[in-house]
Write a protein that binds this ligand. Structure first.
Ligand code: SF4
Length: 366
């Protein structure tokens, strides 16, 4: 069995580890590029959300590399995500591909459905206890990847030499990749964080503090947002993001990486939006309130064009902005969006934040 999955940021590091432990051959599609999106957009309905088009591109590239089993996250709720797997499977079969399609339903929907997927992947005996142990250690590694990526969003704003943080991150990823046991992972995590913290920084630099909120795929997959976080870091912007891949996967909503549990985020959103609208619509509102209370200079909301939950959030944001006196820039992306246009809007937004703060200079290392 040769398994492939769509890319989503640095999720592939965790999948590499997990499939290795399960003894399953993992066909990692090539990194997502414009070619991936062009392939995906060509074969997807025009009004499908951008992540679906990128998923299709990843799957086609994985199938062309010899994958025979596709795994896609399942889900449910008011938005289209719960239909992604069904639509993607149909599109790929209509194109003539022959494969086994497996939906990984959320753990909270019944651990047996979740277990069955892994049991099918590893015929010949993977007990529940053994699976649990494997998942736990791979997840720990995933947490460590999230932690080092989170740290780079903060360090990059202060780096003295352009690109040092990114270079340290690449090295940190290599160190983590090689760790196997829980003890080695912990050791590698510390070493990786120390590497990033060791980047030469200018602690006197006056930086803007900006929160990134919005739809999970747009936040997690740098290709889909033109590497906006790295670009902002090079402009001297300290960033925090509301969605992380292991927070998104974890069934208990503890949001360990983000630092604010889901219940708390929901309670912050409650005066404006008191029910689940799918995706991260409610979390976007709650996070804007939280970040405003923590005195962020501004917020950038990212969403795929036509994303229902984020469009609901967008319609509520003006009131949140007024009540909490915080500027919010909303950026919608589809396959027609251009990097230059996005960066121009971001730069204008940063000028506004700079003027509000009375900073004389942003992006000393830009
Ligand atoms: S959250 Fe938005 S982009 Fe994601 S599947 Fe739902 S509607 Fe599409």
């Amino acid at each position: 069995m040769k398994v492939t999955c769509p890319h989503m940021g640095h999720l592939h590091w965790m999948l590499d580890d997990l499939f290795g432990r399960l003894g399953v051959e993992y066909i990692k599609p090539p990194p997502t590029t414009t070619k991936t999106l062009t392939i995906g957009a060509k074969h997807s309905p025009e009004f499908a959300c951008l992540p679906l088009k990128i998923n299709i591109g990843n799957f086609i590239q994985g199938l062309d590399m010899g994958a025979d089993t596709l795994i896609m996250a399942g889900g449910h709720g008011p938005c289209r995500f719960g239909y992604y797997g069904i639509v993607e499977e149909r599109i790929l079969r209509d194109l003539g591909y022959d494969f086994r399609f497996m939906m990984l339903e959320p753990f909270g929907d019944g651990k047996w459905a979740f277990y069955k997927t892994f049991e099918t992947l590893t015929p010949g005996g993977l007990g529940l206890r053994k699976l649990w142990k494997i998942l736990k250690v791979s997840f720990t590694k995933g947490r460590a990847f999230d932690q080092i990526h989170k740290r780079t969003l903060q360090v990059r704003a202060y780096e003295v030499n352009h690109g040092d943080t990114t270079r340290a991150l690449r090295q940190a990823e290599k160190i983590l990749t090689q760790a196997f046991t829980a003890g080695e992972i912990e050791e590698a995590r510390r070493e990786a964080l120390a590497l990033i913290d060791g980047v030469e920084q200018d602690p006197e630099r006056r930086v803007l503090k900006v929160g990134i909120v919005g739809e999970f795929f747009l936040l997690l997959e740098p290709f889909s947002n033109f590497g906006l976080e790295e670009a902002l870091g090079h402009m001297g912007v300290y960033l925090e993001r509301s969605v992380w891949v292991t927070d998104w996967i974890a069934p208990n909503g503890d949001n360990k990486i983000y630092g604010f549990p889901k219940d708390m985020v929901d309670s912050k959103a409650a005066p404006y939006l008191n029910h689940n609208v799918g995706g991260e619509g409610r979390e976007t509102i709650g996070s804007i309130v939280l970040m405003a209370e923590r005195e962020f200079d501004g917020i950038i909301q990212l969403l795929p064009f036509g994303c229902m939950p984020e469009n609901i959030a967008t319609s509520i944001i003006p009131k949140v902005q007024r009540d909490h006196d915080i500027p919010v820039l909303t950026l919608a992306f589809d396959e027609q969006t251009g990097r230059a246009g996005v960066l121009t809007r971001v730069e204008a937004f940063l000028d506004l934040l700079t003027a509000r703060r009375g900073l004389s200079l942003v992006g000393a290392n830009a």
